[in-house]
Ligand binder design. Structure first.
Ligand code: PA5
Length: 441
């Protein structure tokens, strides 16, 4: 069952329905290019039918490894950056407790989960060592290229710690590598050391890799049902592959609206959620959209806000600042647990008008009021609503966004599957660091 709906009533004053419908022939052509592998970046379309092609054996292998880690480790560190980091972080924070690492191991049923290698901060990694302390630790180092500096540095630090603590053979049992099947320094190291290794398919780029072992292993270590996640993605895959008609294919409707607003000068999209559990889903989306579309001097700048907190900071800008933006609300229809505002006998704080109402009810009114205010403030806005906080719904959302962003990239006539711009800072950094082959800084 489809878990996602798209409401675009607050778009209509800015973008008449007939303009949206007029885009259908172009979307039909680009859908065929995606499905037939005839568009830009066709070598990286492995994600397109990944959910329906993952085998039971592949899932079992990931689940077995995760089970071992859950049983033997107090702390699990997932090391990676960009697409080798954000999918797992999005899923574990969306589906887990807001305070997961503060729960006891018994409450969690598995290790504390931390992330490393997504920055080069000395304090971040030193603080991580403090948190690990003398507890049993396992690592999953994830890098498709196997040469990315940030995770390589973090892995070196943590590998040294493990080898001092457990000796080389003991450390080996606690390290899992996720990388290319043949290339890269990490692959060479994994072969030399004999680490358990998972392969990232050649035809799946980093930001489209959450449903490969890149995302699935850390997600399974968090105790999340990865079969349900993949099933959800499979549902979204079958909806998106069934046809390009925007009335049914909501990923393309969302893509079409984004593209048309962009053409009208709305060059910034704010993804806004009233649910803190969505924070890292929005970070994942920002990478997916930003790296896929931002090239050749084109692209919608993807930003995110967490309401209602940000209504008291960025809300002013959204309401009355430069009118270059449109907004997409990312809602969840029902929370997993319901709290009600209590009634107080003497209504000192004046809140008895809310007594007996659920926080979901109040939060929803805050959303509705915001959407209306922003429409009045000339911010076109639409709402994606996810049925619930389950692996199935999240799997659908991951796939939905992948399809939508690929389609928007094609509509903008860019290759959504490369990221040539990322190399520029690396070249300068390597030169400044005197990396062999890069000359003197
Ligand atoms: O989407 C991408 O391809 C990038 O964001 C990569 O995921 C990121 O640069 C990390 O690369 P790697 O997995 O090779 O270390």
């Amino acid at each position: 069952m489809t878990a996602i709906t798209l409401d675009y009533d607050h778009i209509q004053p800015f973008l008449p329905q007939k303009e949206i419908l007029a885009l259908q022939p172009e979307i039909d052509t680009l859908h065929a290019a995606l499905e037939n592998g005839t568009g830009a970046g066709a070598d990286y379309l492995g994600w397109l039918h990944l959910p329906s092609q993952i085998t039971k054996e592949q899932l079992s292998d990931i689940e077995q490894t995760a089970k071992h880690i859950r049983a033997h480790c107090d702390v699990f560190v997932s090391i990676g950056i960009g697409g080798s980091y954000l999918g797992a972080r999005a899923a574990t924070s969306f589906l887990g407790s807001t305070f997961e690492n503060q729960l006891t191991k018994d409450q969690r049923g598995g290790p504390e989960i931390h992330f490393a290698g997504q920055n080069l901060s000395s304090d971040y990694h030193a603080d991580l060592f403090d948190v690990i302390g003398d507890r049993d630790v396992c690592l999953n180092v994830i890098s498709k290229s196997g040469t990315t500096t940030e995770p390589a540095v973090a892995f070196r630090l943590l590998k040294e710690m493990l080898e001092k603590r457990y000796g080389k053979p003991g450390a080996k049992k606690r390290i899992v590598v996720t990388t290319d099947q043949a290339k890269g320094a990490l692959k060479t190291l994994a072969d030399e050391e004999g680490y358990k290794t998972f392969v990232i398919p050649d035809d799946v780029g980093g930001r489209y890799s959450v449903l490969t072992p890149v995302g699935l292993l850390p997600i399974a270590v968090a105790g999340i049902d990865i079969r349900e996640l993949v099933e959800g993605a499979k549902t979204a895959e079958s909806v998106a592959s069934a046809g390009a008609a925007m009335e049914k294919n909501l990923a393309y409707l969302y893509a079409g609206i984004r593209h048309l607003l962009y053409q009208k000068g709305k060059t910034l999209e704010v993804l806004a959620s009233f649910h803190p559990s969505m924070a890292y889903v929005m970070e994942w989306w920002k990478q997916l959209a930003g790296e896929s579309e931002g090239k050749e001097q084109k692209g919608i700048f993807p930003a995110s806000v967490l309401y209602t907190a940000d209504l008291h900071s960025m809300g002013q800008w959204v309401q009355e600042g430069n009118r270059i933006l449109f907004e997409t609300f990312l809602n969840v229809k029902t929370s997993n647990r319901q709290l009600k505002v209590p009634a107080f006998e003497n209504d000192d704080d004046g809140l008895n008008y809310l007594a007996g109402k659920t926080l979901d009810f109040v939060n929803d009114k805050a959303y509705q009021g915001t959407a209306m205010a922003h429409r009045e403030g000339d911010v076109p806005n639409m709402t994606l609503t996810l049925k619930d906080r389950t692996p199935d719904s999240l799997g659908q959302l991951f796939y939905f966004f992948e399809r939508a962003i690929a389609m928007t990239g094609y509509l903008m006539q860019v290759n959504p599957f490369d990221q040539p711009g990322v190399e520029f800072y690396k070249k300068n950094m390597f030169t400044l660091l005197n990396k062999p082959g890069y000359g003197k800084g």
